[in-house]
Design a protein around this ligand. Sequence first.
Ligand SMILES: [Zn+2]
Length: 137
Amino acid sequence: MDPFIKPLPTITVEQAPFWEAARAERLILQKCGACGRYQHYPRIVCRHCQSHDLSWQESTGAGAVFTFSTVYRSPGPFVDDVPYITAVVELEEGARMYTRIVECDPQRVAIGMKVRPKFVPQNDEVTFVYFEPAQAA
Ligand SMILES: [Zn+2]
């Protein structure tokens, strides 16, 4: 029987620097030189003003839970992960990331909770940028 393997992202040219940094446990974001705003996920144009003047900047990693959902039942390859917390984290630079909150009791997660990155390697190429509570329980 084939093992159930979790899906991994397809790394595109515009996203490659993000994944390379994640492997080195660094969080980088695209910053727009025209409007000054940050974005995630990586794109070829600024999502705010459509400028192509984008550069990579180191994020402080400081963020807060913008919204979340705790998954108690999950099909297929994620069945062994439950319960797990999916979330959108808003970084202090203003960019929002779809991610998971780990090292956190599902009963404790809350909108506005301060979080920091937790780098979780999946294989030699992909390291997920999850988040954990900034302060220990
Ligand atoms: Zn812009």
